[in-house]
Design a protein around this ligand. Structure first.
Ligand code: NAD
Ligand code: TYD
Length: 343
C-alpha cells in the first residue's frame, strides 16, 4: 500500500493507541491521522498532549458506536484505512460490568465495519488479543489456527469482534487484517493493569496485590514492539489474515513483581497474596512465527531492559500518574481490592 493515506485511528488516547499515534507521527510523514476516542476513564489527553498540535493529527472526542459521527468522519476526511484500538480493555472490570464491553467492543466494531464498507475504506485492521484463544496448560503456544475459546467477558467480546471482522471479509469482501497480541507493558499504561499498578503501589510502599498463587504466566511484549507489528501488518499483511504478535517472554506474575521490587529497591514483604480473579486464565504464550516469516517483524526490546525503562518512566512521570488517577480511580481501587482481602 502507498504511504500517502489518511487513517482513522480509534482509541488513540489510550495506552497502545497513544503510543501508536506518537510513533506514526514521528516515522510516517505522509500519513494523516484522525484520532477518534471517547475519553473514557482509560483515555487521557494528558497521554498525547505532545501530539495534539501536530499538523497531521486531528483529535475527535466521540464513540465508535456512533454511526452518524463515524460516517461523517470517514466521508469528511476521505479516510483510506481504519485501525481499531478502541475498546474496554480490562478483564477485572469486564467481570463486574460486562455490558459496556459488548456495547463498545462488539457494537462499536460492527459500526466501524459497516461504515467502512459503505464508505469504501481500503483496509480495516482490528487490534485483538491472544486472550480470544483461552488458556494454555504448561506447554504449547497459541497459533493463528488455535480454536477461539474465550473465558472472560472481555475476551468473549474481543472474540465476537474478531468473528465480525472475518465475516465482513468473507461476506462483503472488505479488506481486513487482525492482529492478536500478548500482554503489553511500557509508558502511558493506565495503572489498573498489573505492571503499572504494581509499580505505583511499590513507589508508595503500599501492598502489591498478587492474585491467587502468582504463578499465572503472561507473555510480555513492549508496547512499541506491538505498535511496529500493527503498522507492519497494516502496511504489508495479506487481506483476510490473522497475525499473532508476541514477545517470546513468558513470566509468572510473581517473577514480574519481584523484578519491579528489585528495580525500585523495595522489599519482598510488600507482596500481598489476595483472592484470585474468577476464571483466571493460567497461561498465555504466543507463536509469532507467521508474522516473522511472512512480514519480517520481530520484537526489538528485551523484557529485562524494557521493564527497567518502564520503571524509570513511571518514576519520572508521577505528575501523569497523579493526573490519570485523580478521578474515580481511588473508588475503583477500593471496590476492586477491598473485596479481595488477603488470601
Ligand atoms: P486502553 O484501555 O488503555 O485504551 C482504550 C482506549 O479506547 C481509551 O483511550 C478509551 O477512551 C477508548 N475507548 C473506549 N471506549 C470507546 C468508545 N466506545 N469509543 C471510542 N473510544 C473508546 O486499552 P489498551 O491497553 O491501549 O488496548 C488497546 C487495544 O489493544 C484494545 O482493543 C485491546 O483489546 C487490545 N490489546 C491490548 C493488550 C494489552 O496488553 N493492553 C494486548 C493485546 C491487545
Ligand atoms: P492484567 O494486567 O489485568 O492483564 P490480563 O488479565 O489481560 O492478562 O493482569 C496480568 C496478570 O496479572 C493476570 O494474570 C492477573 C494478574 N494481576 C494480579 O495478580 N494483580 C493485579 O492487581 C492485577 C491487576 C493483575
Amino acid at each position: 500500500m502507498s504511504n500517502s493515506q489518511t487513517l482513522l485511528v480509534t482509541g488513540g488516547a489510550g495506552f497502545i493507541g497513544g503510543n501508536f499515534v506518537r510513533l506514526l507521527l514521528a516515522t510516517e510523514p505522509d500519513v494523516r491521522i484522525v484520532n477518534l476516542d471517547a475519553l473514557t476513564y482509560a483515555g487521557n489527553l494528558a497521554s498525547i498532549r505532545d501530539c495534539l498540535e501536530q499538523r497531521h493529527h486531528t483529535f475527535v472526542r466521540g464513540d465508535i458506536a456512533n454511526a452518524e459521527l463515524v460516517r461523517h468522519l470517514l466521508q469528511g476526511h476521505k479516510i483510506t484505512g481504519i485501525i481499531n484500538f478502541a475498546a474496554e480493555s480490562h478483564v477485572d472490570r469486564s467481570i463486574t460490568g460486562p455490558k459496556v464491553f459488548i456495547d463498545t467492543n462488539v457494537g462499536g466494531t460492527l459500526n466501524l465495519l459497516w461504515n467502512a464498507r459503505e464508505c469504501g475504506v481500503k483496509r480495516f485492521l482490528q487490534v485483538s488479543t491472544d486472550e480470544v484463544y483461552g488458556s494454555l496448560g504448561d506447554s504449547g503456544y497459541f497459533r493463528e489456527d488455535t480454536p477461539i475459546s474465550p473465558n472472560s467477558p472481555y475476551s468473549a467480546s474481543k472474540a465476537s469482534a474478531d468473528h465480525l471482522v472475518q465475516a465482513f471479509h468473507h461476506t462483503y469482501g472488505l479488506d481486513t487484517v487482525i492482529t492478536r497480541c500478548s500482554n503489553n507493558y511500557g509508558a502511558w499504561q493506565f495503572p489498573e493493569k498489573m505492571i503499572p499498578l504494581m509499580i505505583r503501589n511499590a513507589m508508595a510502599d503500599k501492598p502489591l496485590p498478587v492474585y491467587g498463587d502468582g504463578l499465572n504466566v503472561r507473555d510480555w511484549l513492549h508496547v512499541l514492539d506491538h505498535c511496529r507489528a500493527i503498522w507492519t501488518a497494516f502496511s504489508k499483511g495479506r487481506a483476510g489474515q490473522v497475525y499473532n504478535v508476541g514477545g517470546n517472554s513468558e513470566k509468572t506474575n510473581l517473577d514480574v513483581v519481584h523484578t519491579i521490587l528489585r528495580g525500585l529497591g523495595k522489599p519482598d514483604s510488600l507482596i500481598s497474596f489476595v483472592k484470585d480473579r474468577p476464571g483466571h486464565d493460567r497461561r498465555y504464550a504466543i507463536d509469532a512465527g507467521k508474522i516473522r516469516r511472512e512480514l519480517g517483524w520481530e520484537p526489538q526490546m528485551k523484557f529485562e531492559s524494557g521493564i527497567r525503562d518502564t520503571i524509570a518512566w513511571y518514576q519520572a512521570n508521577r505528575a501523569w500518574m497523579d493526573e490519570v488517577t485523580s478521578g474515580d480511580y481511588q473508588k475503583y481501587y477500593d471496590q476492586m481490592y477491598g473485596k479481595r482481602g488477603q488470601a
